[in-house]
Ligand binder design. Structure first.
Ligand SMILES: Cc1cc2nc3c(=O)[nH]c(=O)nc-3n(C[C@H](O)[C@H](O)[C@H](O)COP(=O)(O)O)c2cc1C
Length: 188
């Protein structure tokens, strides 16, 4: 199979769920955030990136997300939310939340998802670990949702859509399973 530096980064990226406590450098954080803004977007960009590096706020988000999952009784997530030891951010020191203007003329989900993927790949290229995190966005559906939006200084009229954590990994990336030719059709 063909390879180069970019393809190697794409192939090596895996979700990391154990992190060292050290914060990433500002230069690494800013490179990740800039990569997010390099993603394709359907119309004018409608995204907003919130980098959260405050440990107290990260813990509040984790607790609020778990409380929301318990309150809503979401079956697949309930065992995690009921496990006191579970940290939905895996101890990562940086969380980036991607929000989009609610009044977007075009649906913003694809743009924001592309931005997250760009950030995951940028992190991989810098030797950092990362993991896309749906779970923590449940925090905005909790009773503390309004307070958290304020604490995060989310712009008015923006809705948090996706998020990912970043940090120095403290586990080896799992080996990638073999590619599945069954999910590909080539028409010559
Ligand atoms: C939309 C989306 C939401 C995800 N949410 C979570 C999450 O809340 N917690 C988690 O540990 N992993 C989450 N993941 C990571 C997936 O579990 C992971 O990408 C998948 O198992 C493939 O493994 P890989 O990333 O190592 O290739 C999410 C991935 C996506 C695309």
């Amino acid at each position: 199979m063909l390879t180069n530096e970019t393809l190697a980064v794409i192939r090596q990226r895996r979700s990391i769920r154990r992190y060292q406590p050290e914060q990433i450098s500002d230069a690494e954080r800013d490179a990740i955030l800039a990569a997010g803004q390099c993603a394709p977007h359907a119309g004018a960009p409608v995204w907003h990136f919130t980098a959260v590096q405050n440990r107290v706020l990260l813990q509040r988000l984790n607790q609020a997300a778990k409380a929301a999952v318990r309150q809503m009784g979401i079956p697949g997530l309930l065992p995690l939310a009921e496990n006191e030891a579970y940290d939905c951010l895996y101890g990562a020191p940086t969380l980036v939340i991607v929000s989009a203007a609610e009044a977007s003329p075009l649906p913003p989900e694809a743009d924001c998802a592309a931005a997250v993927q760009n950030m995951l790949l940028a992190a991989q290229s810098l030797g950092l670990g990362s993991c896309w995190i749906f779970f923590v966005t449940m925090a905005f559906l909790s009773p503390q949702g309004g307070e958290l939006r304020e604490a995060l200084r989310l712009p008015a009229g923006y809705k948090p859509l996706f998020s990912a954590v970043f940090g120095y990994p403290s586990e080896a990336a799992p080996e990638r399973p073999p590619y599945d030719p069954g999910v590909v059709t080539v028409i010559d």
